[in-house]
Design a protein around this ligand. Structure first.
Ligand SMILES: [Cu+2]
Length: 104
């Protein structure tokens, strides 16, 4: 009985976390490590030149088992330079999927 109450409490605490917007940290925990750089496509939603980041709404990326979503990536300086908000792009991510290496 006591155990059931503890489990119910744990579920109540865990449920709101699952409702949080998806973010890159969630992917990173779930995604297998790809062996090679990964291609994706999407739309630039924002660029932060000072922080060296690009926010992309990307399509599904099967190599990383990612669904389509909007997320912010660290990016190589050339990729930051090439990114313009509102532009449709293709891009290359590093194998871990946590940095944009290039963007066209
Ligand atoms: Cu994503």
């Amino acid at each position: 009985m006591k155990l059931a109450l503890i489990l119910a409490g744990a579920l109540a605490v865990a449920a709101p976390a699952a409702a949080q917007p998806a973010n890159h940290a969630d992917h990173a925990a779930a995604a297998p490590k790809a062996a090679a750089p990964v291609q994706g496509s999407g739309v630039v939603k924002g660029v932060n030149a000072k922080a060296g980041t690009i926010t992309l709404h990307h399509g599904p990326i099967p190599a990383l088992k990612w669904p389509a979503m909007t997320m912010t990536f660290k990016a190589a300086p050339e990729a930051v330079k090439a990114a313009k908000t509102g532009k449709s792009v293709t891009f290359t991510l590093n194998a871990a999927g946590d940095q944009v290496l290039s963007l066209q």
